[in-house]
Design a protein around this ligand. Structure first.
Ligand SMILES: *[C@@H]1O[C@H](CO)[C@@H](O)[C@H](O)[C@H]1NC(C)=O
Length: 535
């Protein structure tokens, strides 16, 4: 009896919850009217079976409840029931989220699929790019989001107004922007017109723009720097931002949230000292420990510290025998900033002999083998796990054998490097990547994008190489000629297939590479960055 009652209560409770949903479920009959009648609507196009939609549901529900009072409506459309409505709106995957300002003004939702991110994003959408503030509204506005900008300028100061408004339009999806002409408000905030202040919910809570001139580019740079926490956290949401910031990133690897918090607090003075020159962030060593290998750290030996030059992709791991203290880390960072720390270069041992027609390059011999010589060097960057690298191997050997003797050998080198075991200065987006380092023009290698046949590779070397060596059509002894024959005129369709294959494979190999690197989810979703990190 008691069980029955409990079950009943449960059902009643669930029913109450369901009817209390603040998400409006729309159909093909109600959608247009709803969107036209409400000023701002976020609509989710979903399918009931979709896992990401299910994960989003509670977040979406929470956001809907919170946004209700701001008169921002959240809606959803079941695309399995209203397929036509969804295809009319260009829905190609689930969930798709779109922001509607009526039926004419529609834009994709570009935030994270978390309640607080949705709330923050939609709140910003609901405001003009720049809100006009008064002494009564500024206090609330300053804390209305994690990062808020306020400009203080005279009402006749058109230039500042325009610059600030332009920047606000560019960055409105990320931050809140407000402005006031009130001299007393400026005074109360401790600034003099014209001034621009960032208010934030972390670190010192406030940053003032200090450049003499208020210019768009300098202002955007200032905002970006001010919006980055002194010691942030590296994760899927922040990784790309750090990698594209143009600043080195100092990682603090630790396994527990408590330890990360403790280290962040201890090392904060160092971050403060190097603010604007080096970014600092903790990283969860339990989940993203494999990323340590990319920084030439020994995985598993935590906590650890490393700096990455995100522009040159150089790594500066701190000796893992060192304890992480303000003193040891502080000195290391000072030395790094002074250019006194040498980058750590991962390299396989130098081969004792080169027996195969393909020259084996390692990081330690890279300069000498590839750059500091007068040869046209064709270099393949491969990964041991990459299927298409394996498929290419015999053809690549055959190619190498064409240049093994005499004058050809002096002028052309066919080489390869395992890019997973050696640090190279090149940006590699997928495997295999093949580049020609031309004699006399080594700083501008040409990437090969043709079909992976011996003939086409040789043609590429002849056409692009400084020495113009044509080894493929060079006269040969008769018995060799027969072997080459089928290659000289590959069917057109074969070539097309191979090109198609190549595109598919570089993506596949990339994905596989990422997967193999255990939980390298830090790079989740960003192909460019992922390529960068496969090194
Ligand atoms: C900035 O200029 C716009 C357009 O002229 C005007 O509507 C707005 O009030 C100005 N903002 C401030 C804070 O003066």
């Amino acid at each position: 009896m008691r069980n029955f009652r409990t079950a009943l209560y449960g059902l009643v409770g669930a029913a109450a919850l369901a009817s209390a949903s603040d998400v409006h479920e729309l159909t093909k009959d109600t959608f247009n009217e709803f969107v036209s009648d409400n000023e701002l609507v976020l609509a989710e196009f979903f399918a009931p079976w979709c896992g990401h939609c299910k994960a989003l549901a509670p977040e979406y529900e929470e956001a809907a409840t919170q946004l209700k009072e701001k008169n921002i409506k959240l809606a959803k459309v079941d695309c399995t029931a209203h397929g036509e409505l969804c295809s009319d709106h260009g829905v190609e995957g689930y969930p798709t989220l779109k922001v509607f300002r009526g039926l004419e003004n529609i834009s994709p939702y570009q935030g994270q699929r978390k309640a607080d991110a949705i709330i923050s994003y939609m709140t910003k959408q609901s405001m003009p790019a720049v809100s006009t503030l008064s002494k009564d509204t500024i206090t609330d506005f300053k804390t209305a989001d994690k990062v808020v900008l306020v400009a203080f300028f005279d009402k006749d100061d058109k230039a500042t107004n325009e610059t600030f408004s332009d920047v606000a339009k560019n960055l409105r999806d990320e931050y809140l922007f407000g402005a006031t002409n009130d001299v007393d408000v400026a005074k109360a905030e401790g600034v003099k017109q014209p001034a621009i202040v960032v208010y934030k919910s972390f670190d010192d809570g406030k940053d003032i723009y200090k450049e003499k001139k208020i210019e768009k580019e300098a202002l955007q740079k200032f905002i970006k720097a001010a919006a980055t926490p002194l010691v942030g956290e590296v994760g899927p949401e922040t990784y790309t931002g750090y990698m594209t910031s143009g600043l080195p990133l100092a990682y603090i690897f630790a396994e527990t949230p408590e330890e990360r918090e403790k280290l962040a607090k201890e090392l904060k003075p160092i971050a403060e000292k190097h603010k604007g020159a080096i970014n600092f962030a903790t990283i969860d060593a339990k989940t993203f420990g494999q990323h340590g290998a990319n920084l030439n750290l020994e995985v598993g030996k935590w906590p650890a510290f490393a700096i990455q030059d995100t522009v040159k992709n150089q790594k500066f791991p701190l000796d893992q025998e060192e304890k992480l203290t303000v003193k040891t880390v502080g000195k290391y960072v000072d030395d790094f900033a002074a250019g006194k720390v040498k980058p750590s270069i991962k390299s396989e041992p130098t081969p004792e002999s080169q027996d195969s027609p393909v020259h084996v390059v390692v990081a330690n011999t890279y300069e000498q083998d590839v750059i500091e010589n007068d040869q046209d060097v064709l270099l393949e960057f491969y990964a041991p796990w990459c299927g298409h690298c394996k498929a290419l191997a015999p053809k690549y050997e055959e190619l190498g054998s064409l240049y093994q003797k005499g004058d050809f050998a002096k002028k052309v080198k066919i080489a390869k490097i395992d890019a997973t075991a050696n640090d190279v200065p090149d940006e590699i987006a997928g495997f295999p990547t093949i580049k020609l380092y031309r004699a006399g023009k080594k700083t501008e290698p040409v990437e090969y994008s043709g079909s992976r046949s011996v003939e086409d590779l040789a043609k590429f070397i002849a056409e692009q190489g400084t020495h113009g060596v044509d080894a493929y059509t060079a006269p040969k002894v008769d018995d060799e000629k027969d072997d080459q024959k089928p290659m000289q005129a590959p069917a057109a369709s074969e070539k097309v297939d191979e090109a198609k294959d190549k595109v598919k494979d570089s993506v596949k190999d990339k994905v596989k590479g990422a997967a193999e690197k255990a939980k390298e989810v830090v790079m989740d979703g960003d192909e460019g960055v992922e390529g960068h990190d496969e090194l």
